[in-house]
Design a protein around this ligand. Structure first.
Ligand code: MSP
Length: 523
């Protein structure tokens, strides 16, 4: 069977509209998946929304609408944001989908029958922001929830509990023996420490406290809450069923990577693994925990009033497509580290890399191809795949593949830029305009060929980040629009009259350039 790749993102709470933190994760995931599609045929990308819980129930009530109406309203905001960002998911699951709800009930029943879920009276400190009970050890010095800075309520309830402690040793063993499981690996120790103190977790709430959720079939007084519901989306979406899973599930599971934020790594690498062990389903291959995006170095928050949506950025810069924003976000942070968004940094970064480095290089060289050779690449212009530039292109391709295998998405982008830098230097050093003036036509033709063939490589390598710019580059080179890595070989550039003067146009306009400014003003 051919190799497959299945990627999931966290499912977003639909209590509001998507912001650039949510967008960051979906862009990272989309870049990974587009890269995988360049290499493999069987690739599946799942994203979704998390729609149950007390917060949604309360907000909907305060607006005088039903929770489902409230979810529908916000779901469509996520859906259109992902469309605007060209997030190429194969499926978007909602936890209110009927099939999801039915399967979650079966999962709960199976764990109950097995004795892994039991009923128990519990008194704990409940934070409605987190929608979970907090461990007193995790509170701030003032006894507040560290994430929401509010005092958790003391709540006594009879709930169902999952015997997570039963799987504690096996989970630790799995984490320790799979060095590629937790990415970045710097988080492993913190997780193993948390695992040492792990207790059984509450997996239901009384209907009196939470109604908006999936019913426990065996007990009318209870609602399944948060983690069994939310985490199970990764299997219900692809047709998992206790007795008779779909072909899709059989072909995709175990998942290759769960892409999530660093704040929910415990739920994925401990709770979810315990649930899967209880269900006797194979375990995920890796969990990639990305860092958080700050705005001008501050945490994004409604109370500070600095929450930005991806649409705000696209609109304020009047971007024709999401490429620049995608590129910036995907390059915003090194593996697992936090990143930052600011308008200034955004402008600087995309002007430097996309307009100056890559865009100008293409534009200048296409114009030279027209000026000196009437846009024609003759077969004798084609250079040897052992030449310096060809070797650099090959090395860059390998570096990128390697980086993607380690989920180093920003790093992979930087290799493209470094390669484009080197090609720019090569042009300066070889001065094709001087060669042309001196009548050294053959040498000049080879330089032009090397640059245009490099540009074709850059287009393919840049595609996961900037699908529109990459398409434009290939069009201007009269290349087939096919981004498969199979096309990354030296000599793939077509020969003949491939450059048409009228087709040459900047693939990315400097933000703030006169042209861009005029466009903004609609001139
Ligand atoms: N619903 C849960 C996830 C359940 S997964 C089975 C949740 N939702 S969330 O809407 O709060 O967050 C969704 C994702 O966005 C999480 O991975 C979270 O880490 C990420 N981010 C939320 N704010 C973020 C930033 N400011 N920066 C980067 N990612 C952020 O958690």
């Amino acid at each position: 069977m051919s190799e497959k790749f299945y990627l999931t993102t966290a499912i977003d709470y639909v209590n509001g509209a998507p912001h650039i933190g949510h967008a960051y994760e979906k862009i990272l995931s989309d870049v990974i998946i587009r890269h995988k599609r360049q290499l493999l045929d069987n690739v599946f990308f799942l994203t979704g929304t998390d729609e149950h819980g007390i917060k949604i129930q309360k907000t909907a009530a305060s607006k005088g609408i039903s929770p489902k109406e409230f979810c529908d309203e916000n779901f469509s905001k996520f859906e259109s944001a992902w469309k605007e960002l060209e997030i190429s998911y194969d499926k978007i699951i909602r936890t209110t989908d009927e099939q999801h709800k039915r399967t979650v009930q079966k999962i709960f029943s199976k764990m109950l029958q097995k004795g892994d879920i039991y009923k128990h009276s519990y008194t704990g400190l409940y934070c409605s922001g987190c929608e979970s009970f907090l461990n007193p050890k995790d509170l701030t010095e003032d006894g507040l929830c560290p994430d929401h800075l509010v005092k958790p309520e003391e709540v006594t309830e009879e709930n169902y509990f999952f015997k997570l402690s039963k799987y504690k040793d096996k989970i630790a063993e799995y984490i320790k023996s799979h060095s590629d499981f937790i990415i970045p690996s710097s988080r492993v120790n913190e997780l193993l420490n948390q695992l040492e103190n792990i207790e059984d977790i509450s997996v239901s709430r009384t209907k009196a406290s939470v109604q908006w959720g999936i019913n426990v079939v065996e007990d009318d007084s209870q609602t399944i809450y948060v983690w069994i519901d939310a985490l199970s989306n990764y299997i219900t979406a692809i047709g998992y069923d206790i007795d008779n899973p779909d072909e899709l599930f059989k072909s995709l599971w175990p998942v290759d990577v769960h892409v999530i934020g660093k704040d929910i790594i415990k739920f994925h690498s401990i709770y979810w693994i315990g649930i899967l062990m209880s269900l006797e389903i194979p375990l995920p291959k890796s969990i990639f925990a990305h860092g958080w995006i700050t705005i001008n170095q501050s945490k994004m928050s409604k109370s500070i009033g600095n929450v930005i949506s991806p649409h705000d950025v696209i609109k304020s810069f009047n971007l024709e497509n999401p490429d620049a924003f995608r590129y910036y976000m995907a390059s915003a942070a090194q593996l697992g580290k936090d990143g930052n968004y600011s308008d200034e940094e955004f402008k600087e970064k995309v002007n430097a890399d996309l307009a100056n480095n890559i865009g100008n290089l293409l534009n200048r060289t296409l114009n030279m191809a027209v000026k000196y050779f009437d846009g024609e690449i003759k077969p004798e212009f084609v250079t040897d795949s052992k030449c310096k530039i060809a070797i650099m292109a090959e090395n860059t391709k390998n570096q990128i593949k390697d980086a993607f295998n380690k989920f180093e998405i920003a790093e992979a982008a930087s290799y493209i830029v470094t390669f484009a830098d080197s090609v720019n230097k090569y042009v300066t050093e070889n001065a094709p305009w001087t060669l042309a003036k001196e009548g050294k036509t053959d040498e000049c033709a080879k330089v032009i060929y090397n640059v245009l063939e490099s540009m074709r490589h850059i287009a393919i390598m840049l595609y996961p980040y900037c699908p529109n710019i990459s398409t434009d580059i290939l069009k201007q080179l009269s290349s087939e629009i096919d981004f498969k890595y199979d096309n990354l070989y030296w000599g793939g550039l077509k020969t003949g009259k491939i450059v048409q003067k009228d087709n040459i146009k900047p693939v990315f306009l400097r933000l703030d350039s006169d042209f861009a400014e005029n466009k903004k003003k609609g001139q």
